[in-house]
Design a protein around this ligand. Structure first.
Ligand code: SF4
Length: 687
């Protein structure tokens, strides 16, 4: 409380999509930024411990080629040669980039421009594929563009907040704090939590609906049918603004009679939820990975959006469907098109003229002809010898992808693998032929976009350690060596941001809502002091920052589809994976902070006491798709029978036997290609 923040730099937390503003100083003093619209000074346990991660051990400090220290010149030459060779041997389909929601928007923009514009390949995908690809696909189906219509303030202004597949209290803690404060101020505000587990977010909820894992479509389709039956549809809104209601209703009516059986929910609880939803105009339905990480993830998200379109509850204060992202800059990646299925600035291959306009803007010699390999397929292609060169940036797929035994085998046989990362704690780094040391949080400079479309600066306040450099610089240097010097002649992140903003203005002229053209004229000084800014800029057509005043909105029919893999006599439990409150991703930062490790220092598999084959604390073996996990058992009566929970954070470096993702089959959503990380059959027995 007595810390002196006068020397602090205003920056943004690197951990989650809430995107809290942080005041940080080189001496490790960290506080919430009272002037940031996301958090107004608040921080959660992870954000508050950022100061303890400034001197991380295990930094990658120098470039390495073939396991030996090399100069930057030699390393960048090696990358350019490796990619040239792969291009000569197999053309653009033979190379790929796997990037990360941890990159800053400028890094992300550079990577996407290199891949799609100059290597000519659609094979660039982001670890955001694991996080919110289903939300992106659902937004595009419903809104014609990947738009998050609402604001965090809507959660505070709502009379009913529905959390679906979101443990907000642990995964987006500051947003949860805002919600709790709003409920304290307005005790009439209701909170419904739809989650198989009784998580921390259920505490104090008006209603908990512990639905069967994977059955969200049945719940929201039945709700749509109920809204029709009870006369709660907003016919005026539907007629003037939307299309496709009839087909969506038909699918919903078919599911409704089975809803209680499919969801396993008690009919009284269902009826209460339906009644509250029908009667409460100011309703926000917020969802996260419990919805997205599913083979029906896109349909689940559309089923949620459908009930908001049906009631006209969108783009107005206290109303709307709201997807929150896991990573700090998943949204920035979506804006620059760093998913294999999108082009930059929300341009699309399937809209006539978009690809040509982008190629012209970039003066690109060979724009990728169409979408490329999406995360799971990219590593499958690597394993099958269909990728000659892969560059992994700022992410750890050896731990985070499903069926991770196969991912490790694919990495081991990669003909040419480049990994750029700030940390040696990445399991993926071990497989790399070329290792490039990247700047980390506090050292790098650029922008991020949070879950409510606010662009904030991440600012450097620490010197670069060793020879670490910015990701955008590495990408530009490789591009220059491949003969594209003119298109990658940026001198600073501000140069890249201006280009990104100018491209968005072009996209806006082609009808896209994503538009930060108003920032294209920022000079270095203006970029340096850029305040948190919500897009679009300028704010044409918005009401108080909310989107969707214009444009046609589409209902999407969401027929019932069961999860890909069901429990069986041999594997009677359904494994859900997820986060812990105090850990981030594969623990490459938070795993080094003692006070964040005290809550749960080792991975535990948690079962309902009646499913436990042994006492709490016993070592058990969890058997699933790949290498079994051996770890300690915990019990929790808040889990439903038949469900096991395992945190996703531990990689082989931190726990040789407690890894979750080898247990998961690599089933993906047919629309979004997002993997089903929350529904895998397993068995648990004493070890
Ligand atoms: Fe960081 Fe998210 Fe916590 Fe905010 S809520 S401090 S962005 S981890």
């Amino acid at each position: 409380p007595h810390a002196d923040h006068s020397a602090a730099i205003r920056t943004t937390c690197p951990y989650c999509g809430v995107g809290c503003g942080v005041l940080a100083a080189p001496d490790g003093t960290v506080a919430g930024d009272p002037a940031h619209p996301a958090n107004a000074g608040r921080l959660c346990s992870k954000g508050a411990a950022l100061g303890e991660t400034l001197a991380l051990p295990d930094r990658l400090l120098f470039p390495e080629v073939g396991g030996r220290r090399a100069s930057w010149d030699a390393a960048l030459d090696a990358v350019a040669e490796g990619f040239s060779r792969a291009l000569e041997q197999g053309g653009p389909e033979n190379v790929g980039l796997y990037v990360s929601g941890q990159l800053l928007t400028e890094d992300y923009y550079a990577a996407n421009k290199l891949a799609k514009g100059f290597l000519g390949t659609g094979n660039i995908d982001s670890n955001s594929r694991l996080c919110m690809a289903s939300a992106v696909a659902a937004h595009k189906r419903a809104f014609g563009e990947d738009l998050v219509p609402g604001l965090y303030a809507d959660l505070e202004q709502a009379d009913l907040v529905v959390l679906v597949g979101s443990n907000l209290a642990w995964c987006h803690p500051v947003l949860h704090q805002r919600l709790i404060a709003a409920r304290a101020a307005r005790p009439g505000m209701r909170l419904v939590v739809v989650d198989p587990r009784r998580t921390a977010s259920v505490e104090g909820a008006s209603l908990h609906l512990p639905l069967r894992p994977g059955s969200d479509v049945a719940l929201f389709a039945a709700l749509l049918a109920h809204l029709e039956k009870s006369g709660a549809l907003d016919r005026g809104f539907i007629a003037s603004r939307t299309a496709g209601l009839d087909a969506a209703l038909e699918a919903a009516r078919a599911i409704a009679p089975e809803a209680a059986a499919l969801t396993g929910l008690d009919p009284a609880g269902l009826a209460t939820f339906f009644r509250w939803f029908a009667a409460t105009p100011r309703t926000v339905t917020l969802w996260s990975q419990g919805v997205n990480q599913s083979t029906a993830g896109t349909d689940k998200a559309n089923a949620i959006i459908n009930v908001h379109l049906a009631t006209g509850r969108i783009g107005r204060p206290g109303m709307g469907p709201f997807s929150v992202t896991g990573q700090p800059n998943a949204m920035g990646g979506r804006e620059v098109g760093a998913l294999a299925t999108t082009l930059a600035a929300h341009l699309d291959w399937d809209r006539p003229g978009d690809a040509g306009a982008l190629a012209q803007f970039w003066r690109a010699p060979a724009l990728a002809r169409g979408p490329g390999l999406r995360a799971v397929d990219m590593f499958r292609a690597l394993g099958e010898g269909r990728l000659g060169a892969l560059w992994v940036m700022a992410t750890n797929p050896a731990v985070s992808l499903p069926d991770s035994d196969a991912v490790r085998a694919a990495l081991a046989r990669a003909p040419f693998l480049v990994v750029s990362d700030c940390s040696r704690a990445s399991d993926t780094l071990a497989y790399a032929h070329v290792r490039l040391p990247a700047l980390g949080w506090g050292e790098k400079d650029g922008t991020v976009t949070n879950s409510e479309r606010v662009i904030s600066r991440q600012r450097a306040f620490l010197p670069a350690p060793g020879e670490a450099r910015a990701d955008w610089w590495m990408i530009a240097e490789v591009a220059k060596r491949l003969g594209f010097a003119e298109a990658f002649a940026w001198q600073s992140p501000a140069d890249i941001f201006r280009e990104h903003a100018a491209l968005s203005a072009l996209a806006a002229r082609r009808g896209r809502v994503f538009d930060i053209g108003g920032l294209a004229g920022l000079d270095e000084a203006g970029y340096a002091v850029l305040e948190p800014t919500r897009w679009p800029v300028p704010e044409a057509g918005m009401r108080g920052g909310r989107l969707l005043d214009t444009g046609a909105l589409r209902f999407v029919p969401t027929p019932w589809r069961a999860p890909a893999h069901q429990a069986s006599a041999e594997r009677p439990l359904t494994l859900l994976t997820g986060r812990l409150r105090d850990q981030w991703h594969t623990m490459t930062r938070t795993g080094f902070v003692p006070r964040l490790m005290t809550g749960q220092p080792e991975p535990l598999v948690t079962l309902h006491p009646a499913d436990a084959p042994a006492a709490s604390g016993t070592l058990v073996e969890v058997t699933g798709a790949g290498t079994p996990a051996i770890l300690r058992l915990a019990t929790d009566p808040g889990l439903p029978r038949g469900v096991a929970f395992l945190p996703m954070h531990w990689g082989a470096r931190l726990s040789a036997t407690g890894r979750s993702n080898p247990l998961l089959p690599a089933a993906v959503d047919p629309v979004s290609a997002q993997p089903e990380l929350k529904h895998a059959p397993v068995s648990v027995r004493p070890w």
